[in-house]
Design a protein around this ligand. Structure first.
Ligand SMILES: [Ca+2]
Ligand SMILES: [Ca+2]
Length: 454
């Protein structure tokens, strides 16, 4: 590089507040891109973003640029974008593309923006602007030359790629007046996007329908890739949006840096795994609309009389009419989807029926057992109902019994009078009753269940 070129690059980076990359437009440091630590986007000629087309006739894919002959245009177009420091060959894109083509005769385009999405993170964020302008330009040429319309386009982005899709969606709308049909965000990136303005990040206005799956929103050793902030019309929070079952808490196994990386990213990648799994299991990942994960876990949101918009399906088959925040539990391994059950324990109204302590619950049937639900330090008031959301890895069918283990305080035994237990199976709705009418104290007690009310 000549001195003049070096000077030019430095000059552009530090002293100008605008760069122009025709035909994609000019990018300035105006709001919301005026932050001092977000540089201007790099030149698309050096970033060399490519588009890879796959369909049933062309499963191995080909790079497309100007020639749209191999693109049908009458089918649905699904566009996939990888995340930060990834490329189009990252392990999850192949399986995702294959599952999509398996269930639907569509065209799939994978955006390879690896040079734009490399470190430093701030530069990658900035490069979203030029990559989205370029991609929207590319899509618009496709709209002109084929029968494809924005209303038949589904954008799927992981992590930083989710915000790229938001920008592409907005660019398409700005230029065509029509929004893309759907944007799916797989654990959309949190750092620097949380609490930013909607033109900086993915938001519901970027597409006709925007759905997001949040899996890594809690910090482990100062690092969380996702966020709890809702970015869509419909946001899913499996296991509350953090600490996914099967992702062990950090076990530091030096000198394996890959092991370290996998541990840190396990929660983040779960969003991708859940989505891929959802494509082949149409009825999986039932989710419940709720005010918080705490309320959901305590059975407050899975009422018997379920309105259709208060239940949704996380993943590919999400119902765009059911909007809001949805919660669900998952299994530790594939296929991840579980059955949910609400348990209601009725404390009696006898004198001293109330108690304080811990409880351990497990449902049993001929087909198997549920996961054990363990809670500590709870008050069970007289004449009250305590609810729990429980789950099992498979359908338990007819539930025969529930084990209840009560442990009272450390210093004295406080007896607990349980009147009855009601177990409600969600989907299909079915209730089982256990008529207890007994004092339970610090021991395991098996309650037999039947469909007859107490
Ligand atoms: Ca936006
Ligand atoms: Ca008591």
């Amino acid at each position: 590089m000549q001195f003049a070129d070096v000077f030019k690059v430095l000059y552009i980076s530090y002293f100008t507040d605008k760069v122009c990359y025709p035909p994609y437009g000019c990018f300035s440091k105006d709001f919301p891109f005026n932050s001092s630590f977000i540089p201007l986007p790099e030149n698309p000629d050096t970033l060399n973003t490519t588009y890879h087309l796959y369909n049933r006739l062309n499963p191995n894919g080909q790079i497309i640029s100007n020639d749209f002959q191999s693109l049908n245009g009458t089918k649905k177009l699904i566009v996939i974008a990888h995340g930060f420091i990834e490329d189009s060959k990252v392990w999850w894109i192949g399986p995702l593309k294959d599952e999509l083509l398996n269930v639907e005769d569509s065209d799939v385009i994978v955006i390879d923006w690896k040079r734009a999405a490399r470190i430093p993170y701030q530069q990658a964020i900035s490069n979203i602007r030029v990559t989205s302008a370029q991609t929207s330009h590319f899509l618009r040429r496709m709209f002109n030359k084929t029968d494809l319309r924005p209303s038949n386009v589904h954008l799927i982005g992981f992590s930083l790629g989710a915000h790229l899709m938001g920008h592409i969606g907005r660019d398409v709308f700005t230029h065509t007046g029509v929004k893309v049909k759907r944007i799916t965000a797989l654990d959309p990136a949190g750092p620097l996007f949380e609490d930013s303005v909607k033109d900086f990040r993915l938001d519901p206005s970027d597409g006709m329908f925007v759905d997001a799956i949040h899996t890594d929103s809690k910090t482990i050793f100062g690092y969380a890739s996702g966020t709890l902030q809702s970015f869509g019309h419909t946001d899913f929070y499996p296991n509350g949006g953090y600490y996914q079952p099967g992702c062990k808490l950090m076990k530091i196994e030096l000198p394996s840096t890959q092991g370290f990386y996998d541990q840190v990213t396990c929660n983040h990648y779960r969003a991708v795994k859940y989505f891929i799994t959802s494509i082949k299991n149409k009825k999986s990942f039932k989710s419940y609309k709720c005010g918080s994960f705490y309320r959901f876990k305590n059975g407050a949101c899975a009422k018997r009389s379920i309105a259709s918009t208060s239940v949704n399906t996380m993943g590919y088959y999400t119902d765009c009419n059911a909007k809001g925040k949805f919660y669900l539990l998952t299994n530790t391994k594939e296929p991840y989807s579980v059955r949910h059950y609400t348990v209601e324990i009725y404390t009696g109204d006898k004198m001293f029926a109330d108690t304080y302590g811990g409880v351990e619950l497990q449902l049993k049937s001929v087909k198997g057992k549920s996961f054990v639900r363990k809670d500590s330090g709870q008050f069970f008031d007289r004449k009250s109902v305590t609810r729990y959301m429980m789950h099992s890895s498979k359908d338990l069918g007819r539930i025969l019994k529930i084990d209840i283990k009560h442990s009272s305080g450390l210093f004295f035994k406080d007896d607990w009078y349980v009147k009855k237990v009601v177990v409600k199976s969600q989907h299909p709705n079915k209730s089982y009753y256990g008529c207890v009418n007994k004092w339970l104290m610090g021991k395991r007690y098996t309650v037999l269940l039947s469909t007859r009310k107490c």
